[in-house]
Design a binder for this molecule. Structure first.
Ligand code: GKR
Ligand code: MG
Length: 439
């Protein structure tokens, strides 16, 4: 079997004005849907980051992908990692990822491009063999994958703009009380059993109060995690870690409280010195394999946030899971805004990675039926979990009418890159800049 065509579909997906230390989400998030057509008539799909950069990176490999045998993924990896060597020499110090939204790190560009092709190839292979993707890569550790309720402080608005604006399902949420309301609503709808709060937005004392309010509402059987995306100094990270010692224990964690591996290590040492064993998780200080041993040596990160989109696809995620197991580290999963094709990629990856024991992150509740691209619309969650479908491949197929609608919106948009700082300046504070640490 050979790949005879690579089709790239840039799309724009309505997104609510969610806040993080990066700034504010724009009315539309950008994604790219990838199709690999084979000479046997099978089509494999994947979903990846959106906008000009990821699209250009995929265009650049077109001639290497068209003509390849979709089963020959090792050869493709070798081919793409040749590009990485050249890129790594260009990035001073190799630590610039601390200041980037995951998915934009130049060090990881080849792994993101490879992942988009790998997942579409696995979808083809699954369809050719009549097997779900997780069974193609060695079989599953679980039949359903659990996700966490991913809560965000947000302004009023449900995403989209003008006549295309979406209903504001969750309302404005800028204090502990409205966050509890958001959590109850999301948990009622999806059945999640773990909670993640995106922090780094309000004064840390308000975020501490938010976590406490969530604990009070849901009790200790709902593990809690908070992720300020590096907005805090070492001092503040230790203070918050100490204040939330009880709330973040029992399966919870403190995610990227501060920037750089060295600072994370210091936070860890100071917490341990106070007999506080709250684990630190990261999707900012550790975004590629080369950084994992250092993170472990420094004891800076105890939970690595995997994500098939930037760690190099589903098979690399399995390797990451094994590496973490060997190094005595734990594994969870990171997300960015995404649609059903990405969701199913995350589900198959998590199912095939036995060491991944935490509920995965997902932005899926922030997108709506109107913005879905697969036949049948939104993927269903039962008790916070997504079941592996019985269908071959990823188990979802593109709805070309839906895809065309999201493409039209993309074509009308004035931007081609996520810029949360610009959104903050346009809507909240004309002088806003991302400052690390802010507190
Ligand atoms: O969507 O604003 C957001 C998140 O902050 C996202 O950009 C992060 O990549 O979810 C992510 C995280 O866990 O850091
Ligand atoms: Mg994070």
């Amino acid at each position: 079997m050979r790949i005879s065509d690579l089709r790239l579909h840039p799309v724009a997906v309505a997104d609510a004005p969610l806040r993080s230390s990066y700034g504010r989400h724009a009315p539309y998030a950008l994604r790219t849907i990838v199709e690999l057509v084979t000479d046997e008539g099978l089509i494999g799909i994947s979903e990846t980051y959106g906008g000009d950069g990821p699209l250009a990176a995929l265009e650049a490999v077109r001639s290497r992908v068209v003509g390849m045998d979709p089963f020959q993924l090792t050869r493709l990896w070798l081919d793409f990692s040749g590009d990485a060597a050249a890129e790594e020499r260009d990035v001073a110090g190799g630590r610039s990822q601390t200041y980037l939204v995951p998915g934009e790190n130049p060090l990881d560009r080849h792994t993101r491009t490879y992942a988009a092709i790998e997942v579409a190839c696995l979808d083809v292979i699954g369809k050719a063999l009549g097997k779900p993707v997780c069974d193609v890569v060695g079989g599953r550790a679980r039949d359903a994958v659990g996700f966490s309720a991913y809560l965000f402080y947000k302004h009023a608005g449900g995403g989209g703009s003008g006549a295309d604006a979406r209903e504001d399902e969750y309302g404005e949420c800028l204090d502990p009380k409205s966050m509890v309301r958001q959590a109850k609503q999301m948990i009622r709808q999806y059945g999640f059993r773990e909670i993640k709060l995106k922090g780094g937005v309000l004064d840390p004392d308000i975020e501490i109060a938010t976590i406490r309010a969530l604990r009070e509402e849901f009790g200790p059987s709902f593990p809690l995690r908070i992720d300020p995306n590096c907005a805090w100094s070492i001092e503040t990270s230790v203070r918050v870690g100490e204040s939330l010692r009880e709330e973040l224990s029992n399966g919870g964690y403190l995610e990227d409280p501060t920037a750089t591996l060295e600072s994370m290590a210091e936070v860890r040492q100071r917490l341990l010195a106070a007999d506080n064993t709250t684990p630190l998780a990261s999707n900012v200080a550790v975004t590629c394999f080369a950084q994992v041993p250092e993170a472990q040596r420094l004891d800076a990160v105890q939970i690595v946030l995997s994500d098939p989109h930037y760690w190099g696809g589903i098979r690399k995620l399995q390797q990451l899971a094994h590496l973490c197991e060997v190094l005595g580290m734990c594994l969870s999963m990171h997300s960015n805004n995404h649609l059903a094709v990405s969701l199913m990629t995350m589900v198959h990856a998590a199912a095939a990675a036995p060491h991944l024991t935490y509920a995965c992150d997902t932005h899926y509740p922030w997108q709506t039926e109107r913005d879905e691209v697969v036949i049948g619309g939104r993927v269903k969650f039962t008790e916070g979990k997504v079941k592996i479908p019985d269908k071959p491949g990823l188990g979802v197929d593109l709805d070309y009418d839906r895809l065309a609608r999201l493409r039209e919106i993309y074509d009308r948009l004035p931007y081609r890159k996520r810029d949360d700082e610009a959104e903050m300046r346009a809507h909240v504070d004309p002088n806003w800049k991302r400052v690390l640490p802010r507190w």
